[in-house]
Design a protein around this ligand. Structure first.
Ligand SMILES: Cc1cc2nc3c(=O)[nH]c(=O)nc-3n(C[C@H](O)[C@H](O)[C@H](O)COP(=O)(O)OP(=O)(O)OC[C@H]3O[C@@H](n4cnc5c(N)ncnc54)[C@H](O)[C@@H]3O)c2cc1C
Ligand code: HEM
Length: 1108
């Protein structure tokens, strides 16, 4: 009764095409089922045999997946049996064609079963002289088995069900004219189609003694095996086996237990002709380990009778004089085709070796309706390097496969092309371990052997090659490889010799093969194989890179996360998530002052490291990270993948040091502290408007987003100072989302910067750029109606430049028309139309047009905004937030604001207004909230190796300090460096409140110098911020105006605890966000009050008193 059984340890039926899995069954002891998704020999759905050497079909059970387990339904008996007779064999023969098969071996069996399975309904007669039904012949030499019950493939009953007649007789002749077969017993069998499958007759040695003496055996059938067994009897015999090919070797192994076995062979090593010297030698060793002795490269001279019984053999004599005592001798010296009965037939021509020449369908050449298969057939071989040459292959599966091809040709000659497809000759042998062999070398031989695996471990595969073509393979302990080979061979998809020499594992091709064998269209198959091969190479490449980067890279000893050593992906994930502040702190905390954070990147947190990297004369250029910040597309790329950039004054991403130096020299005077002073009134005017608006907001009781308001002021101040223009943000009380939008730009740039190669490719392929951005989730879109301030900045500056240049041209033209008399006085330069920075830049261009080109001019006009708006916003936000959240600091700053301004105005009263404390408060905020969240990456010159913290860092490595970590160094910035304490930037008095001694003063100066020098607030080394003085002026003015006018109260977002920081995304550009404030107008508090309160607030550190 069929019932449901659970499969042990199987959770799903998810098998790939071609996969097989043997599993046990719960509730049926010892039973196993094979889960398979199609296969070589069986139909995956019906379990029917599709190809030799399988004979029995597989029983098939319905399988279902349920609750994480797999169940099959079937009855216990069929589950246990594990195989099933072919279902289509049953037949009641009707009239019509009569097929006669001569021989009762493998080929015969394949023909008979193939005929019935292919639907042939006519009579079939098998004439065999073997005396029993077809047996599993290979078992004879493996175990000298003689039990017919075990050897016979099918019983009588089976053949009866298929109405196949078996005649035990010997065929003595064939009349191809009258289409009849004659037998020894006088029978005459008419045929319509004749299949000759008479196999081989073992050779005997035509040497003295061998034909006459007893106890000299060959092995072909059960009778032979019985005789050998009888001769061995109770064991302890001296057995000489002549012939070191498969049968001889198998018999040596089969008889070695308890007997004294010697193998005599002509070759250097056994099986040399087929397997080669190396493999043959390994097999000899294996067989020797069973106690078998070998006499190789030996010639046999004669057999001598035994002294005790002269009718039987007593010894074998070799040509070199060796005498081998023998109780019995077994000859394994090959077979000749069993075609004696055709020898004198005038119609058929036998080949020199006695075989019959057949075509691709095993139809005998020159005869009609006659087929020859198995050991007697020489057929055109179309396997690898076969070239259709005629071969005679003595394999069980070849005979049987040929029988099936014949059956196919008889039943459906139209489909014969399908039947004649190339098939893989397969052979197996028991040589102390199971050996497999597939393919064939008879047609053209082989010229090399590629061995994979180890003979000593008994796991190897040997590939026989002719040129680049693999023609055959032998294996031990590697059955899956052999199965794979046998499947690939007919498809013509075997790997090449070079691929195998390069270590290709044939099993890695599995998926490729299986898809191919599942009938995929060739184009898709080829595409799949290409992709597959590419994937393989990629995986191998990646593994090599990983191993190198972790185990052999010069930075391997530098501590750091292992994943970071493999790829920048590790770092990029933090950057993408906006977690750079946490990242830079955490890695140094965990791994120390020198950390490897990328395959070629090292971060350093020590002041020594800072000096080594950013020392102006050390020659460390910017790393490739900055490619991602470039404003232009490169002009080209060379073979070293170096980019060539156009000369447009793209300062942040300028890689040409010479050009950069010139650019900085040219613009230096415009951005000098003395020059930017003249833009103060423009900034003051902005601040007056801002204060008025903030007061309105105060009255409305509004809580403001600090970052947005600081961005409003940053853009407004830059607009006023650079362009004499306002974006109207103050009036609109909004920056129109511009800061958020360009921050997303930084997110994208920060991730791209970590993958310079992709960034380089992105310049030329928008698709790659988009794909990479999407992959990292850094693609951003511009909201509808979004108005970037860059558009009016660009338009306005461009218009002004064009107009100014046109005017200058006009004047030059006029001068040319009416040349003025040369004056001895130097010509007076025209007074600037506007007192803004753009005007200065225009004048610079007019004065030095060849150096400070028009391109430079137009670019720098916009750069002021590009480089300034976020940096200002970030710094202003941090400064106001820090000052406002430290009451005593706020009071000091307000105090200084009062001193420095005309009453409540934004204009400063004196040119030497005292804002030392304010500046310290700003600097301290910049120290703790630097605008650069990541490191400022530089590249170690290729010619150097530097040593930082005891680690050698080779040329080409990207190195950098994270400002956030460097700025917390207590050795430089004093105790409690993680707290906000503006006083650390000011000279302090001694603890005893007495004036500092000269030594103390000197020490203070040294400390302050070190702090000023050892920070990255404005960049590092040769690449510092050119807009520093402009920015400092704006920040000081904004802070003084706001804090002087308002009491700034933080309503939320501060202090920055872990949760706040988690919400705050920081990239290469870092900004404090999420802080809400209220601006409350200051009551008329005099300085005296402030001073008194301040003193209470100051705990020990007499800072402000001295600085005011
Ligand atoms: C001991 C041994 C071990 C082997 N081991 C392996 C192995 O491990 N793997 C492998 O692939 N191959 C092996 N082979 C080879 C394989 O068995 C043969 O290649 C295969 O059996 C050939 O099939 P066949 O049908 O051509 O001939 P056979 O299987 O030999 O069948 C021939 C049949 O024809 C009959 N016959 C012959 N002459 C006449 C006649 N005149 N009238 C009527 N009947 C006749 C014979 O009695 C026999 O029944 C082995 C062979 C032997 C002998
Ligand atoms: C508070 C405001 C500012 C801060 C904190 C600041 C800070 C910095 C820093 C740290 C760098 C170095 C970046 C690096 O090496 O990766 C830099 C570079 C630069 N800054 Fe500023 N900056 C500010 C404002 C401005 C302004 C207003 C301008 C306008 C001209 C400007 C123009 C530049 C330019 C052009 C560079 C690139 C220089 C180079 O790479 O060599 N910055 N700035």
């Amino acid at each position: 009764m069929a019932q449901e059984y659970k499969l042990k340890g199987v959770t799903s039926l998810d098998l790939k095409p071609g996969d097989k899995q043997e599993v046990e069954i719960e509730g049926i002891e010892g039973a196993k089922v094979l889960l398979l998704n199609a296969g070589a020999c069986f139909n995956g759905k019906t379990g029917d045999v599709e190809d030799a050497p399988a004979l029995d079909a597989l029983p098939v059970f319905k399988a279902v997946e349920r609750d994480g387990a797999v169940y099959i339904t079937g009855d216990e008996a069929s589950i246990k049996s594990g195989h099933r007779r072919p279902s289509k064999f049953k037949c009641k023969a009707t009239g019509g064609d009569k097929i006669v098969v001569v021989g009762g071996g493998s080929g015969s069996l394949g023909t008979v079963e193939g005929l019935r399975e292919n639907g042939y309904k006519g009579p079939i007669t098998v004439i065999t002289n073997e005396g029993y039904l077809p047996i599993d012949r290979p078992k004879l030499s493996k175990a000298l088995m003689t039990d017919l019950q075990k050897l016979q493939w099918r019983d009588e009953e089976f053949f009866k069900t298929g109405d196949v007649e078996f005649v035990q007789d010997e065929v003595t002749g064939v009349n191809f004219g009258s289409k009849t077969v004659a037998t020894k017993a006088g029978g005459k069998f008419a045929y319509t189609k004749l299949v000759l499958a008479t196999g081989g007759t073992p050779r005997v040695l035509p040497l003295q003694g061998f034909k006459v003496l007893g106890n000299i055996f060959t092995l072909r059938n059960v009778g032979d095996a019985k005789k050998i067994n009888e001769a061995i009897g109770e064991k302890g015999k001296k057995i000489v086996i002549i012939g070191s090919s498969f049968i001889g070797m198998e018999l040596a192994v089969a008889t070695s237990n308890g007997n004294d076995v010697t193998v005599v062979g002509m070759e250097k090593v056994p099986l040399e002709r087929i397997l080669g010297e190396k493999v043959g030698g390994a097999i000899q060793k294996l067989v020797e380990s069973k106690g078998v002795k070998f006499y190789m490269s030996a010639g046999v001279e004669k057999a001598e009778p035994s002294t005790s019984n002269p009718s039987t053999v007593g010894s074998v004599h070799l040509k070199d004089g060796t005498k081998l005592d023998a109780d019995l001798v077994i000859l394994g010296v090959g077979v000749v085709p069993a075609t004696e009965y055709l020898k004198d037939n005038s119609v058929v021509e036998l080949q020199q070796d006695g075989s019959l020449k057949v075509d691709e369908y095993f139809s005998v050449v020159g005869l009609k309706d006659v087929y020859a298969i198995g050991d007697i057939a020489s057929f055109p071989y179309h396997g690898p390097a076969g070239d259709g040459k005629y071969v005679r292959i003595e394999h069980w599966n070849v005979a049987q496969k040929a029988g099936r091809i014949v059956a196919g040709h008889i039943t459906n000659p139209a489909r014969a092309d399908i039947q004649s497809q190339v098939f893989a000759p397969i052979f197996w042998s028991a040589l102390g371990a199971q050996m497999r062999y597939a393919g064939n070398t008879q047609a053209n031989g082989y010229d090399d052997v590629v061995v994979q695996g180890s003979f000593d471990e008994g796991k190897w595969v040997a590939y026989y090659t002719k040129g680049e073509t693999v023609v055959a393979m032998a294996s031990m302990g590697k059955d899956p490889a052999m199965a794979q080979f046998a499947q690939l061979l007919p498809l013509g998809k075997l790997p090449s010799k070079t691929e195998l020499q390069n270590g290709l594992d044939i099993l890695i091709e599995t998926d490729c093969l299986r898809l191919a064998s599942s009938g995929m269209p060739p184009v898709i198959y080829i595409a799949f194989c290409v992709v597959w091969r590419f994937t393989q190479l990629t995986v191998i490449g990646l593994l090599t890179v990983i191993v190198y980067r972790i185990g052999f890279h010069p930075l391997r000893r530098v501590p750091g996360p292992k994943l970071a050593a493999i790829s920048n992906i590790w770092q990029a994930k933090y950057v993408r998530d906006g977690k750079v502040r946490q990242l830079v702190r955490d890695v140094h905390e965990k791994y120390g002052p020198v950390v490897r954070v990328g395959p070629d990147e090292v971060w350093v947190s020590s002041p020594e490291g800072f000096k080594a990297i950013y020392g102006a004369s050390n020659g460390f250029e910017k790393s490739d990270f900055y490619i991602a910040t470039a404003l232009n597309r490169p002009e080209g790329i060379d073979w070293h993948l170096n980019l060539h950039w156009p000369d447009t004054l793209d300062l942040l991403s300028e890689f040409d040091t010479k050009r950069y130096r010139l650019q900085r020299r040219l613009i230096g005077p415009v951005y000098a502290s003395s020059n930017v002073k003249k833009f103060e009134p423009a900034v003051e005017e902005v601040l007056e408007r801002a204060i008025a608006e903030l007061k309105k907001l105060e009255r409305e009781g509004s809580e403001l987003d600090l970052k947005e308001w600081m961005h409003i002021l940053a853009v407004e101040c830059l607009g006023a100072a650079v362009l004499s223009w306002s974006p109207n943000y103050i009036q609109q009380r909004s920056d129109g989302g511009t800061s958020g939008q360009s921050y997303l730009g930084w997110k994208r740039k920060s991730v791209f910067g970590l993958f310079p190669l992709i960034t380089k490719i992105s310049f030329w392929s928008k698709g790659i750029s988009r794909w990479w951005a999407n992959a990292w989730g850094v693609t951003f879109t511009t909201p509808k109606g979004f108005k970037p301030f860059f558009t009016p900045v660009y338009q306005k500056s461009s218009k002004r430049v064009t107009a100014a240049l046109a005017l200058a041209q006009k004047r030059a033209d006029q001068q040319q028309k009416q040349p003025q008399k040369p004056s001895k006085k130097a010509p007076k330069s025209k007074p600037a139309e506007k007192k803004d920075l753009l005007e200065d830049l225009i004048q610079l261009h007019l004065a030095r047009p060849d150096e400070f080109t028009e391109t430079y001019l137009r670019r720098l006009a916009v750069t002021n905004f590009g480089a300034g708006h976020e940096t200002l916003c970030s710094t202003l936000t941090a400064a106001i937030a820090m000052i406002a959240s430290h009451e005593h600091v706020q009071r000091h700053v307000a105090d200084e604001a009062w001193l420095s301004r005309s009453h409540r105005g934004t204009k400063e009263t004196t040119a030497t207004a005292p804002y030392a404390y304010t500046q310290a408060a700003i600097k301290e905020a910049q120290r703790l909230w630097p605008v650069i969240g990541m490191v400022l990456p530089r590249r170690v010159p290729y010619s150097h190796t530097i040593n930082i913290g005891g680690y050698d860092i080779p040329g080409g490595t990207t190195v950098g300090c994270a400002p956030l970590v460097l700025h917390l160094d207590e050795g430089v910035f004093g105790p409690q460096a993680d707290t906000y304490e503006p006083g650390r930037w000011l000279p302090s008095t001694s603890p005893a409140h007495r004036p500092a001694t000269p030594d103390e003063q000197e020490e203070q100066i040294r400390r302050l110098r070190e702090m000023e020098r050892c920070n990255l607030i404005w960049g590092g080394g040769g690449r510092t911020c050119p807009g520093r003085f402009l920015a400092e002026m704006i920040i000081r003015k904004v802070v003084t105006a706001l804090v002087g006018e308002f009491e700034v109260a933080i309503t939320s977002g501060l202090p920055i605890d872990a949760a706040n920081e988690e919400r705050m995304s920081c990239y290469f550009m870092a900004m404090m966000s999420g802080v809400k404030v209220r601006f409350r107008s200051r009551r008329d508090k005099g300085l005296t009050d402030l001073g008194a309160e301040e003193e209470e607030a100051e705990e020990g550190r007499a800072v402000s008193g001295k600085t005011r």
